[in-house]
Design a protein around this ligand. Sequence first.
Ligand SMILES: Cc1cc2nc3c(=O)[nH]c(=O)nc-3n(C[C@H](O)[C@H](O)[C@H](O)COP(=O)(O)OP(=O)(O)OC[C@H]3O[C@@H](n4cnc5c(N)ncnc54)[C@H](O)[C@@H]3O)c2cc1C
Length: 465
Amino acid sequence: MAEQSFDLVVLGSGPGGYVAAIRAAQLGMKAAVIERDQLGGICLNLGCIPTKALLRSAEIAHLLNHLGDYGFSAKEVSFDLKKVVDRSRKVAAQLSAGVKFLLKKNKVAVIEGQGRLAGPGKLAVEKDGATTTVTAKHIILATGARARALPGLEPDGKLIWTYREAMLPDRMPKSLLVVGSGAIGIEFASFYRNLGAEVTVVEVLDRILPVEDAEISDFARKAFEKQGIKIITSATVKALKKAADSVTATIEAGGKSTDQTFDRVVLAIGIVGNVENIGLEGTKVKVEKTHVVIDKWCATGEPGVYAIGDLVGPPWLAHKASHEGVLCVEHIAGVKGVHPLDVSRIPGCTYCMPQVASVGLSEAAAKAAGHEVKVGRFPYIGNGKAIALGEPQGLVKTVFDAKTGELLGAHMIGAEVTELIQGYTIAKTLESTEAELMETIFPHPTLSETMHESVLDAYGRAIHF
Ligand SMILES: Cc1cc2nc3c(=O)[nH]c(=O)nc-3n(C[C@H](O)[C@H](O)[C@H](O)COP(=O)(O)OP(=O)(O)OC[C@H]3O[C@@H](n4cnc5c(N)ncnc54)[C@H](O)[C@@H]3O)c2cc1C
């Protein structure tokens, strides 16, 4: 095939890559993406989207188990795991097809195959034994990341799963060990528990969801334990011993070691960047702790080569990858007024039950950064809509700089907080203080009123609690 040349080529079509390519095309560049697998990356095919489809089924299972609370009764409620999984695959396929359509609409070329850097301004793409060369003025690496494995804790795809297998179960495990209590681990714990599995979560740190504010972690732990999830913190899984259809885990906690047997194990112990086999050798691209090092405009050490998304490190979130893609391309195109990424404005969400969402500094991080803080709290039990929905479990915590009134952080747990957090994210983008937030009129009755009340509480003015 003849050599193809572009203004900008992105390696990888996840939410970092495809968004960067579309933005480049919008800005008049001749753009292409190289993809070895499915368009949309992990996010659309094996991450954000299919897990949310599974968790929707879990939510429905939860509601069906509480039909009586809403005045209904049913003789027998059952589910077919295959249909639950099939639905999530259909949702993923629909969205991947949507990315294909969007790329075509924006005249972004899609080059199928395994790509790697092959000299300045060049990429080699291998497919079915043939290699083609693609040239580009600008190259963005967006190859994403994968699940971390540790010695003794290696997935086998059958009994010991990563998120890939956990998303495609062929049968319901009766008992499940989830190793790691970050967002991915907790979402699978929530899914399997709601569908009836006995779930144990082991976390090496002293609390679950360790990136969240400590009060939210505590609240979440109590809520999950009430649902029957067993949580062991400050604990390490030392070894996993496989039998024909079960795994025995050696769990060390508080100086004691115990062996416990589970049907299946999900490893959710972190993420490593896909830095291998992409031609970094012999370039000035620097890699630290499995991630590519970039500057504030996503430039690597190699002229003309940029990197974005999971490949460049935490937070490993789709919207962070997309945002980096856009800012990187706009900077390349010389668009005026482009801002580097501000991590304090990246919201993070966990779609367990109850949901968890946050943006900005936790109370502890704000204090550690030298802020004198004012903290507001408002429980869902004080909110009319939460009670009407039958979802009175939740907490909204806000952290302000006591001197300036700047909103430093917001931390939420409860129904629909993953939708609500965006209110605080916009407030942070607008550099809002307590004054604007208190002045804002919130519709009644909505869950969003908890956000208002939390701000009011920070200043001793909460009305409904
Ligand atoms: C179970 C799970 C749930 C998640 N839930 C959420 C969530 O709710 N919200 C959220 O924000 N984030 C979530 N994430 C994280 C999210 O999926 C990632 O942050 C996001 O996909 C990163 O986007 P990316 O573009 O950097 O990389 P990816 O989405 O990983 O895409 C990289 C692409 O590059 C391709 N590629 C790699 N190497 C090559 C090569 N050499 N040649 C050609 N192609 C290549 C890959 O095939 C892939 O398609 C979740 C992740 C998992 C695993």
